[in-house]
Design a binder for this molecule. Structure first.
Ligand code: DOR
Ligand code: ZN
Length: 345
């Protein structure tokens, strides 16, 4: 008899869908398995106002195949000119579920992000007042800080002071990659949560650099040493409600990845659940998979757990494509370098 696991339908609490031809191609990859996702606003130009978010949501829903159901949970991109009343109105109407903070220059399309945190104080105070979470890309951008230290330094220099200055602000540390991130979350109450990606549970920095440079493993924050990957695996599989799945599935076409200056991002939407089931099984924690992918995120965001279910069945290794085709070019799927035995049905 095959082994099966039935869980509430999962959500993805950090997703890049892009726009146009790439949106059209990658949206079904997420909607096939996930009921909802927090949609990142780092388009070109970014999704800054409530009107921008409403228009982007309409484009996403227009790209959704008619036989699929999926709810995009929209976010606004925080700039030094963001208007607190526009943010509050977008939340009140039910349009947005979070605001995203990119330190200027930290990652893909972050040039309009925040340089001077004093300039966003009013928005953050309004968000604390109305209970709207801030999703944080937690890396400093100072040229003199080593790229592998940028998350830990961000926690000390930016995140901790920002949280102290804005009591009551709910914060998600997005895609944590270090033991420092795990420890910081554990040391605080449930107003602070963290998403963990699929790929950071699987790769460490050796996967990017040993035996040749592997651009499809390059993302930001960059994967760290093995001790950090192990801390992330322990946190994700622990059952602690403050940790939940945010894939950061971030499609870039192959020419943009396989380049002298390749873009950051791992595309994991298609095989994420098979990979996570494998990881949780390896950790002897399959009973905590549902919490991580289906329950902790809704609890943090104050939303109901999905009523429908998804079943994973263990059997022969599940084939996944190497690439997804888009009208802009192929997008390579993350290769976990291990057989995946859990099939989603
Ligand atoms: O690897 C990443 N890719 N990290 C980010 O923060 C942004 C994302 C993207 O948009 O490609
Ligand atoms: Zn991201």
């Amino acid at each position: 008899m095959s082994e099966t696991l039935t869980i509430p339908r999962p959500d993805d609490w950090h997703l890049h869908l892009r726009d146009g031809a790439v949106l059209q191609a990658v949206l079904p990859e997420t909607a096939r398995h996930f009921a909802r996702a927090i949609i990142m606003p780092n388009l070109v130009p970014p999704v800054i106002t409530g009107a921008d978010a409403a228009a982007y949501r309409d484009r996403i829903l227009a790209a959704l195949p008619s036989d699929m159901s999926f709810e995009p949970l929209m976010t606004l991109y925080l700039t030094e000119n963001t208007d607190p009343s526009d943010v509050a109105a977008a939340q009140a109407s039910g349009l947005i579920k979070a605001v995203k903070l990119y330190p200027a220059g930290a990652t893909t399309n972050s040039a309009s992000g925040v340089r001077d945190f004093d300039k966003v104080r009013g928005v953050l105070e309004k968000m604390a007042e109305i209970g709207l979470p801030l999703c944080v890309h937690g890396e400093v951008t100072d040229a003199e800080i080593d790229i592998f230290d940028r998350e830990a330094v961000f926690i000390d220099r930016v995140l901790d002071p920002l949280r102290r200055a804005t009591p009551g602000l709910r914060v998600v540390m997005e895609h944590i990659t270090t033991r420092d991130g795990v420890d910081y979350v554990k040391a605080h109450d449930e107003a602070l949560g963290a998403t963990i990606t699929t790929h950071h549970l699987v790769i460490n920095r050796n996967h990017i650099l040993v035996g040749g440079i592997r651009p499809h493993y390059y993302c930001l924050p960059v994967a760290k040493r093995e001790e950090h990957r192990l801390a992330l695996r322990a946190a994700a599989t622990s059952g602690d409600k403050r940790f939940f799945l945010g894939t950061d599935s971030a499609p870039h076409t192959d020419p943009n990845k396989e380049s002298a200056c390749g873009c950051a991002g791992c595309f994991t939407a298609t095989n994420t659940l098979s990979i996570l089931a494998e990881v949780f099984e390896q950790e002897g924690a399959l009973d905590h998979l549902s919490g991580f992918v289906s329950e902790h995120g809704p609890a943090f965001y104050g939303l109901p757990v999905n009523a429908d279910t998804l079943t994973l069945t263990k059997g022969a290794a599940v084939p996944y494509p190497d690439k997804i085709d888009t009208d802009d070019g192929p997008v390579t799927l993350f290769d976990p370098q291990m057989p995946l035995h859990w099939r989603v049905s």
